[in-house]
Design a protein around this ligand. Structure first.
Ligand code: FMN
Length: 271
């Protein structure tokens, strides 16, 4: 995949498509990517290509495509982070091919999608992905939706990244070689654009935390903000790998003092 920071900068959710079906080659490339992607939790995600007309699927925020990528994963511990990590690689790859998509966890007729996915009792379809080519102009509905969640804005570097402890904001200057890696994290997509990621950077590691907002946990989609955290971890790891920075993934809470509602998720040690 080409430059991750560049892809992270270019990517936006696409909800208005131009009506053209994906070419056979693009579809094959996406499928191959879905099969190949991995995550540090080792939890596999499977997928199915779905058709809105055949399977009576509805996604009211989307226009101009009938094609969807449905997913399923066993809802075991860390499934959400694993899902976010794996699928964001597919989203970025799609971006690099000029294919538009959007993470959809809420705005769909979920029962129809779940039926089309043939879920077992232990499986969940956390999110699905409309796929197609972006239309030249966004539908008014999409423009309104972007305004509603301030989709073009992100929290500032110093609001989400910390220097050794939560009481000291990290600056890009102090972050040095990690500045661009963290910038790729900052620009990532998240449910309702809440950007729950908080990262404390020490001399030896980057510790990832989730600043929890209310209303993101359910029986059907698990904890959506843990999906956001998986997305953030993927942006970090991909951007670091590209810069030749070796990392080791660890689940080892460093027990740093945190505010209430901030939950430890995972660590990347500078190997
Ligand atoms: C886990 C997750 C779930 C999402 N669910 C929906 C959804 O149900 N409907 C929707 O229109 N957008 C959904 N989004 C897209 C976000 O609203 C979008 O990523 C965010 O507003 C930032 O905008 P951008 O992707 O254009 O940068 C979801 C994003 C994530 C990461």
């Amino acid at each position: 995949m080409e430059n991750i920071l560049q892809l992270a900068r270019q990517r936006r959710s696409v909800r208005t498509f131009n009506g053209q079906r994906l070419s056979g080659t693009d579809l094959e490339k996406l499928k191959a990517c879905m099969v190949e992607v991995e995550n540090p939790y080792g939890i596999p995600v499977s997928f199915r290509l779905l058709d809105a007309r055949e399977q009576q699927l509805k996604c009211p925020v989307v226009t101009g495509t009938e094609q969807f990528l449905g997913t399923k994963i066993r809802l075991v511990s860390h499934a959400e982070e694993a899902f976010g990590y794996s699928l964001e690689q597919v989203v970025l790859y799609a971006q690099s091919l000029g294919i538009g998509t959007v993470w959809v966890g809420g705005t769909m007729n979920r029962a129809a999608f779940e039926k089309a996915m043939d879920l077992t009792a232990e499986e969940r379809m956390l999110c699905m992905f409309p796929i197609g080519y972006p239309a030249e102009k966004m539908a008014v509905r999409e423009i309104m939706m972007r305004k509603g969640v301030k989709a073009d804005n992100r929290l500032s570097f110093g609001e989400v990244f910390f220097d050794g402890s939560f009481d000291k904001a990290l600056t890009p200057e102090k972050a040095g070689v990690l500045a661009e890696v963290l910038e790729a994290v900052r620009l990532a997509p998240s449910a309702v654009n809440k950007q729950p990621w908080r990262v404390v950077v020490t001399d030896t590691a980057a510790h990832f935390y989730k600043k929890t907002s209310k209303g993101f946990v359910s029986q059907t989609n698990g904890d959506m903000q843990k999906i956001d955290m998986g997305i953030a971890l993927a942006h970090f790891a991909l951007a670091a790998a590209e810069r030749g920075l070796p990392l080791r993934f660890e689940l080892a809470d460093p027990q740093l003092p945190t505010e209430a509602g901030t939950e430890y998720i995972a660590t990347y040690c500078f190997a």
